[in-house]
Design a protein around this ligand. Structure first.
Ligand code: ACM
Length: 526
């Protein structure tokens, strides 16, 4: 439990003063103890001593202090400096643990990992109260760490692609919210967004669609914008993003979605489809319209393609986990295809569900052979896939239980309420969204480990959660901001997980976060 001096807080609030110290932090901290005596006072320039273990975080420290407080950090070797970032191996557990000790003109932030120190830096810049260019920090000890080991935010750059600078800004959002994973959805029916050396038509053909649906697919008449759209991130750009994320301790998990959601692949290389004689184009509509979106065919060309593509991906991305998709693969195309039937017979595959598993196991085997682990959407657990595979559950709690009972660890990304492409208000549909309604309080209050999972003794199988940001109706980065804020702030506190209190969250949101979104130049849902 948090040990804030309640009497002190009551006095401060009664006197109309803004809240102090750790009471301002989002996500709410696990332990804080307000101390007696004098605290620390800073001017516009602060000397900081950074232990060698965190020298790669100096640029980030400078950036954040400038951005959030307008303070310039001067790095010094003087260990008596008023601000220290200290490596302390005692803080190795719990993971991502940090400590902030504020005394008389001395602030020490300590951690045993990059993630820990970054969490500490993000908390620290939220602490000072500013008056006339002076910054005041009350004496306090903060001891903080997350409840869940996986805390992610996803971005679909296929339906719409965003500038490199925005991808970095998005990583800053992830960092500021003490999430630890950026799930980069790089391929889908509507485009291929990663430069590929081994199969260049994925970029020259697969990265471009001739036009894009306007409005919803169910609208009549269906309208298109008549404008060619697309692009991809070069290998150098991807490396730049990875370096940026690494400085902040953020894991970037790339996703190549197979064997469905492959229309852009098939447009470039029709021989990988069940209908190689058809001229496939990169999809121009949204949604899973199985009659339109062909899937990979089980043949030598496809398996060679997958092995080569994942090898190239793994050479570029250092993440422990690689996301191989596996969602919404239409079985229709396989059912209709005589060659697929022959393949299934020759390989003793009894039905199309088993064929999907065959694909997933083949690619998962390749990926594991390259020294990495695999994540997939929950559909991949339909068959007998190796249970070391991590499952992202985008359905409901029933599905989470089913998957956990099979022995898988689960990341909770339920459409309700963690899909941030849904509306935030029912009455104010001021800007088109896909459908649905996921207001901020539902994001905040959703229980990652519902009673049913706890009762089934499977709580330990839920390792965290993630919000997914599908961008069909987010053509520009300002719209992405509008759709994710303030929901991502609620997500962050939910996943940090220990001291949740929605009323107090709303207070901190109004008092501190709205100003921050504005300072970041980020639009948000009011
Ligand atoms: C999904 O929403 N198809 C993962």
């Amino acid at each position: 439990m948090k040990k804030i001096g309640l009497f002190l807080m009551a006095c401060l609030l009664a006197s109309g003063a803004s809240s102090q110290g750790s009471e301002k932090i989002i996500p709410a901290v696990v332990h804080a103890e307000i101390l007696h005596g004098k605290g620390t006072e800073w001017g516009k320039e602060v000397e900081a001593c950074v232990d060698d273990e965190f020298s790669n975080q100096i640029a980030f420290i400078k950036q954040l202090f400038q951005q959030e407080l307008n303070i310039s950090i001067n790095v010094t070797n003087n260990r008596k400096a008023t601000l220290r970032f200290e490596y302390d191996k005692k803080l190795i557990t719990p993971a991502e643990h940090y400590n902030i000790a504020i005394g008389f003109n001395q602030v020490v932030v300590s951690a045993a990992s990059v993630r820990g120190i970054v969490n500490g830096i993000v908390s620290l810049v939220q602490l000072p109260n500013e008056r006339d260019g002076r910054y005041f920090l009350q004496p306090e000890n903060i001891n903080d760490y997350p409840a869940y080991s996986y805390r992610g935010l996803h971005l679909d750059v296929v339906r719409h692609i965003f500038p490199l600078e925005y991808i970095k800004k998005y990583i800053d959002y992830i960092t500021f919210h003490k999430l630890n994973t950026f799930h980069w959805h790089l391929t889908d029916d509507q485009g291929w967004r990663m430069e590929v050396l081994s199969y260049p038509k994925l970029n020259s053909i697969g990265s471009w669609r001739d036009q894009t649906l306007i409005g919803h697919f169910k609208d009549t008449p269906i309208k298109y914008d008549g404008t060619r759209y697309g692009g991809f991130y070069t290998r150098d750009q991807i490396k730049e993003v990875l370096a940026y994320a690494k400085e902040r301790g953020i894991e970037v998990i790339p996703e190549i979605d197979i064997p469905g959601h492959s229309r852009a692949t098939i447009a470039a290389y029709p021989e990988l489809s069940t209908k190689p004689d058809t001229t496939w184009n990169v999809a121009q509509t949204w949604g899973m319209y199985n009659r339109q979106n062909n899937v990979l065919a089980p043949n030598d060309a496809s398996f060679t393609f997958l092995n080569t593509i994942f090898k190239e991906l793994i050479e570029l991305f250092p993440s422990t986990y690689i996301h191989i998709g596996g969602d919404e693969c239409s079985k229709l195309w396989w059912k209709q295809d005589p060659k697929t039937k022959e393949f299934m017979k020759a390989n003793g595959i009894k039905d199309e569900v088993a064929l999907q598993t065959y694909f997933i196991e083949k690619v998962a085997g390749d990926v594991k052979g390259m020294g990495r682990k695999v994540i997939g959407w929950h559909e991949i657990a339909e068959g007998k896939v190796d249970t070391t595979t991590l499952i992202m559950n985008w359905a409901d709690d029933k599905k989470a239980i089913e998957v956990a009972q099979k022995g898988f660890s689960v990341i909770q990304t339920p459409g309700k309420p963690f899909y941030f492409d849904h509306y935030q208000s029912l009455t104010n549909k001021d800007s088109l969204a896909i459908h649905g309604f996921n207001p901020v309080d539902s994001v905040y209050n959703y229980s990652l480990v519902p009673a049913s999972i706890r009762k089934a003794g499977l709580a330990h199988k839920v390792i965290g959660g993630q919000a997914n940001v599908w961008t069909e109706y987010m053509g520009y980065s300002t719209k992405v901001d509008y759709m994710i804020f303030p929901r991502v702030t609620a997500l962050a506190e939910n996943l940090w997980g220990t001291n949740k209190n929605y009323a107090d969250f709303q207070r901190r949101l109004k008092e501190y976060m709205y100003k921050r979104y504005e300072r970041w130049g980020s639009s948000y849902f009011h």
